[in-house]
Design a protein around this ligand. Structure first.
Ligand SMILES: Nc1nc2c(ncn2[C@@H]2O[C@H](COP(=O)(O)OP(=O)(O)OP(=O)(O)O)[C@@H](O)[C@H]2O)c(=O)[nH]1
Ligand SMILES: [Mg+2]
Length: 422
């Protein structure tokens, strides 16, 4: 099955807490601090994989959470780091920040990795805080907590050649003749419901061909399968534009040719200007005379170079393969998409936000506050004194006063609340 756009939730692991512990054994009745460091949280990494060609597996698996770091413990034991989560996606998957709508990565090449979210830092154990003036610190630091984020994965297939044309024009038949692919072929429109990829080998060289569902007039207004699948030929270097010259579906082949071109133009100027080879298909269904007449008409009315082929007798197929290879050799590979300047995983260590609760108390939040209280144990009196001093030094008390803080008012930070006294 096929799926080419999906929203998923990702979260890096939280950092583990540092430990507060003191060495105790028969030899040292009153030992020094030996609380170990908390482990780092796991990262969230995306990896491009050539062996995938759909996002279908994300249909049921939409949440990816990396492991949390373990807490530190006594005897200076550091907590283990959390496990990274590696999310495999097909080559050509574009990752979009769901909040801003901006592109944050284009996983273009096989094996390419993108570190989307870094795990939270582990907290320091109390041993870390030991110094000549602080022999027995009674506090440690909690691990950094991470936030969950949403991203949109959008697959824009990467192929060298795209097959474009009306339904039933013979696109899948051509793909099966020139490549290793085995697409479904049938004598009714919209047999192909999602893109197929095939690798074509000519003279020891290979190129990748994408076969997409057929277009019809009004595709740009959502007729048929609409424009939806054209994103899978956005990145091709060359379009093979298939036109059924036998007119087996009762339409005029020159009109077909013009309609598809205008649908491409309606989609984007880029597609309209992508180099094309015109492929006139199903020539085996016409007698020699009718074929000649139609070819002459094409030359007169369109005047472009063309390749006349039959997927049934394979007439013209070898010539088309060679011409495709030759044309590709002159066309540069399309580069990955421009990634927008956005530090998706930017950590907020700076903001200080003051708001008021319904009961009138002052609520402190923001990245700077979060980071600061990681090192505070309020049950420890020394730590609490430090906490108040630091709030003062950081200018937070002044900021609160500006907002109207008075003696006796309550200040809340996360699940801590205290009464302010001057
Ligand atoms: N005689 C003859 N029949 C062909 C040729 N190419 C395709 N067909 C037939 O035309 C019908 C449609 O072919 P497909 O290859 O499925 O066409 P498609 O363009 O992929 O169609 P959609 O997937 O519906 O867009 C099938 O019955 C094919 O067997 C050809 O060169 N000669
Ligand atoms: Mg098809």
């Amino acid at each position: 099955m096929f799926l080419d756009r999906v929203k998923i939730t990702i979260k890096a692991g939280n950092g583990g807490d540092g430990s507060t512990s003191f060495l105790r054994n028969a030899m040292t009745a009153k030992g020094g601090p030996d609380g170990g460091e908390g482990g780092k949280g796991g990262d969230v990494v995306f990896r491009a994989s050539q062996s995938m060609n759909t996002l279908y597996e994300f249909r049921f698996h939409k949440k990816f959470v990396a492991g949390d770091g373990e807490n530190g413990s006594k005897k200076l034991q550091a907590g283990a780091n959390g496990k990274n989560v590696v999310i495999n996606v097909p080559c050509g998957t574009v990752i979009i920040d769901s909040e801003s709508g901006k592109i944050i990565a284009d996983l273009f090449e096989d094996g390419k990795e993108f570190l989307a979210l870094k795990g939270g830092k582990g907290g320091h154990g109390n041993a870390y805080y030991k110094s000549s003036i602080k022999q027995a610190p009674h506090y440690s630091q909690t691990g950094e907590k991470t936030k969950q984020r949403e991203v949109i994965l959008e697959l824009k297939t990467i192929a060298d050649v795209g097959l474009v044309g009306f339904p039933n024009a013979g696109k899948s038949t051509l793909l099966s003749c020139i490549s290793n692919a085995n697409p479904k072929i049938a004598n009714y429109p919209f047999t192909t419901l999602y893109p197929n990829l095939g690798v074509c080998e000519v003279k020891g060289q290979t190129f990748v061909v994408a076969d997409i569902p057929g277009l019809i007039e009004g595709a740009s207004q959502g007729q048929g399968l609409g424009h939806y699948f054209l994103k899978h030929v956005e990145r091709v270097r060359l379009i093979l534009h298939l036109v059924d010259i036998s007119q087996s579906d009762g339409r005029d082949f020159i009109e077909d040719y013009n309609i598809i071109n205008s649908e491409l133009k309606n989609y984007s100027d880029d597609l309209a200007t992508t180099p094309q080879l015109v492929v006139l298909s199903k020539i085996d269904l016409l007698d020699e005379k009718t074929l000649q007449e139609r070819l002459e008409r094409f030359e007169k009315e369109v005047g472009k170079e063309y390749f006349a082929i039959s997927g049934a007798t394979l007439q013209g197929i070898e010539k088309l393969k060679l011409a495709t290879l030759e044309k590709l050799s002159k066309l540069p590979k399309k580069p990955p998409l421009q990634v927008e300047e956005l530090d998706f995983d930017k950590k907020d260590y700076d903001s200080i936000i003051i708001s008021r609760d319904d009961d009138g108390s002052f609520v402190l939040s923001g990245g700077r506050i979060d980071n600061f209280i990681r090192g505070v144990v309020l049950s420890d009196t020394r730590s609490f004194a430090y906490f108040q001093n630091r709030l003062n030094e950081m200018g937070v008390i002044d900021m609160l006063k500006e907002k109207g803080l008075k003696n006796g008012d309550t200040v809340k930070i996360k699940d801590i609340s205290f009464e302010y006294s001057e």
